[in-house]
Design a protein. Structure first.
Length: 197
């Protein structure tokens, strides 16, 4: 099995299902919730650009560098965001979890913790990855806090790593979790998930 092959990950709160155009209507509504695309340091699509974003992610999956998911809220059955395994390195057996966004109304509900637990468990326990990375904009404090709360450690900051859509330079914070750290991270996430039930 290739790391980019479609798969489904589920628990009682969330389903991560292969992204498809069947999720377009829900994701368009989700993108409009809170107008998150207005935050200059994020890459949340505008509602009218959701179809193009689905196309982009599916093309990267076809190229073998991404495994994209729609995030389904198990309570409502609706897609409330997107996430991916990305920058897939089949040779070194490592992935990045990223390009993640949620509609504003489900943020801070525990959904992200469940998603990251499922993805990390897949990466370390089924794929035996040597590392799982997370990357975010230096100024995206909410994302950095969420990544650190998972137990990921800051590897460093790539200065002038890329340009944002408006042409500004982006400093990228790179975090990772390694296999020997997974048991502790797993215990921490399990504890966090029990607290919010």
């Amino acid at each position: 099995m290739k790391l980019s092959d479609p798969l489904t990950l589920t628990d009682e709160l969330v389903q991560l299902v292969p992204l498809s155009h069947d999720h377009r209507v829900d994701l368009t509504e989700a993108a409009d919730d809170g107008q998150l695309w207005r935050h200059w340091y994020t890459a949340v699509p505008k509602p009218e650009n959701v179809t193009a974003e689905i196309n982009r992610r599916l093309a990267l999956q076809d190229a073998g560098s991404m495994n994209p998911f729609a995030i389904i809220d198990a309570k409502t059955g609706k897609a409330v965001g997107m996430t991916t395994f990305m920058n897939i390195d089949e040779v070194q057996n490592r992935v990045e979890i990223g390009s993640t966004w949620y509609r504003q109304s489900v943020q801070r509900t525990g959904l992200n913790t469940h998603c990251k637990y499922l993805m990390l468990r897949q990466a370390f326990e089924n794929w035996n990855c040597i590392a799982v990375e997370f990357r975010t904009h230096f100024f995206n404090r909410q994302s950095r806090t969420a990544i650190e709360r998972l137990g990921a450690k800051l590897d460093g900051i790539l200065r002038n790593h890329s340009r944002t859509a408006d042409g500004a330079f982006r400093d990228t914070c790179v975090y990772s979790i390694l296999p020997h750290e997974w048991p502790t991270v797993k215990a921490h996430l399990t504890y966090q998930m029990k607290r919010v039930r």
